[in-house]
Design a protein around this ligand. Sequence first.
Ligand code: ZN
Length: 371
Amino acid sequence: MKRGFRIGKIAGIDIHVDSSWFIIFVLFSWMLATTYFPGSFPGAGPIIYWLLGLVTSLLVFVSVLIHELAHSLVAIKQGEKVDRITLFILGGVAQITDEPKEPLSEFVMAVVGPLTSFILASFFFMLSLLFFGVSAALRSALIYLAIINTVLGLFNLIPGFPMDGGRVLRSILWSMTGDLRRATRIASFSGQAFSFLLVFLGILEVLRGSLSGLWLIFVGWFLQNAAVRGYRQVVMKTQLRGTKARDLMVEHFTVVDGGITVQILVDHFILKKKERIFLVGGEDYLRGIVCTDDVKKVPKMQRGETFVQDIMTPRDRLEFVGPDEDGEAILRKLAARDVNLIPVMDEEKLIGVICQSDLLRYIQLKNELKS
Ligand SMILES: [Zn+2]
């Protein structure tokens, strides 16, 4: 169920590629090899078109990576920690662990991405001028890269959080109001408004008989999701600030064997014992931890033949925190390591486990009781 893999490390930052990116890579290469290149310089063979298509797609990938690296390097320069960069279907995400400390640093960090894309676009455009009359094949590849980088820069400038443009907007609102949460809310609403506009325009396009409208609908849907999720994360972060690991953790757990099926875990442990977190292992050896968030990801039909040891967070992927760790930092760690739970250790002893859904539950309770 892994959603991609690591391809390397640049400036201390892990570079990951999401599996969705491969679909886009094939689509791009195919589109370039069968439509764009044959259209811009007819008469070459399919091998040339495909080769050029693959290399150009790869350079699109490198362009996205440079865009994300620009964000990351500025962040590092400002004293933030960047865990990794993930490249996925519509670009990339740099996982910057801290929220920016003041509006100006957020502004610079956000604006440097699109700026880098525009610089890359001009660079490819200038190169294409050099190849004018020399090689039509190279020239059309370079022009394509110039266009893609311009589109990338413009797309990221859409003023909706968490896009770069939305972050720019948020930093301006933040410096005007002094209220990060309010600024995030407005920037995220603006993102949602834009996403509905894109979906609306996409539907109009499709009704007019143009299939490229589907692309707009897809981008709009993606933006809508990102806007809602980005805002929720900021709200969670501000509400968890000041809470301690010891207030969030579950302290009682049963040990189960990794060899039992998920179905047995559900029937005989979760439902019977009404517990949500289980240690996996023997008497005094911890192999991993499993919680209901892990179980939810297994389709009901497959629970009879999936084993607990396949869905648990194995020991080597666990990051431990102390009982006084801040709730906001825990949320960040869960997201950065892409795990559902985090164990709490006091000295050498395991004293509790925090499950991702516990954080949500805690916030809900806190809101219900208005405390
Ligand atoms: Zn960006």
